[in-house]
Design a protein. Structure first.
Length: 264
């Protein structure tokens, strides 16, 4: 299995496809690299695609702190080791977006473009609610909160769509099987620092995608990012929630493809 030591943590990653440019996919909290399967399938005929697991999630090592600063350093190390002097198209959803904004503001030489899906540059506004869910998870296990988590991660339209039932059930089963160590990653998201003041330092071409049904990081948060990044484009996608790349992979892939061709 492909593992890479990055910032003192062994990270799992999958590499697919070949091409002159590389896309790095960074997943959201309580998911793993597999959330990007549809996008990797879409792009791998023309691009080198790298999808990785954050420390403490998926198949990556549980190691040290799982705050956003550590995860940002992990991502930078992974890009530097796997891509050497090549700038990459970085695509991050939610937690992956937290990391992507930090990379673009602090290490712009690593990125050719940035795509942010369902994310925020502000402090977490739902600390109390999420801390309570995390405490129940920690004490009693994922089965006590998995149904509630799914209603946060997926939009109403997707939850009612029979064509999405199998994939949503897959992720609910995956969450139910998580060890309690996953709560460290949740704490990293809940207590993250805001980076609104760093948005002005992002100058790489940036695409911001948000679903109309995202209740975790609402379109208001996406607009806030858009206003802060000069070289950004905002697209609001109807009928999807916080997991847009799973809920409507075709729409996400088409928007991403159009943007990368422009950015390239």
């Amino acid at each position: 299995m492909p593992y890479l030591l990055c910032n003192h943590a062994r990270l799992f990653y999958e590499e697919s496809g070949k091409g002159p440019e590389t896309i790095v996919f960074s997943h959201g909290l309580l998911f793993d690299h597999r959330m990007w399967d549809e996008q990797v399938s879409y792009f791998k005929s023309e691009f080198r695609c790298i999808a990785y697991d954050h420390r403490g999630q998926g198949q990556s090592e549980v190691a040290g702190s799982e705050d956003m600063e550590s995860l940002y350093e992990d991502a930078a190390a992974l890009i530097e080791k796997l891509c050497e002097n090549q700038r990459v198209h970085f695509v991050g959803l939610s937690m992956g977006g937290f990391i992507g904004m930090r990379l673009a503001a602090r290490k712009p030489h690593l990125l050719k473009s940035l795509t942010l899906l369902e994310t925020s540059a502000a402090l977490e506004p739902n600390k109390l609610k999420y801390s309570l869910l995390n405490t129940v998870f920690k004490l009693g296990g994922a089965s006590l909160v998995s149904a509630r988590i799914i209603r946060i991660l997926f939009g109403k339209s997707s939850l009612r769509n029979p064509e999405r039932k199998a994939i949503i059930s897959f992720w609910e089963s995956t969450i139910r099987a998580y060890p309690k160590t996953i709560t460290k990653a949740v704490e990293g998201v809940i207590h993250r620092k805001g980076i609104l003041n760093e948005l002005k330092d992002i100058h790489v071409p940036t695409l911001i995608l948000v679903g109309t049904e995202d209740i975790a990081t609402s379109p208001v948060k996406a607009e806030q990012i858009h206003q802060g990044i000069v070289a950004s484009k905002l697209i609001v996608m109807p009928g999807v929630g916080h997991s847009s790349c799973i809920e409507n992979p075709q729409m996400v892939s088409k928007n991403l493809s159009d943007f990368i061709k422009y950015a390239g």
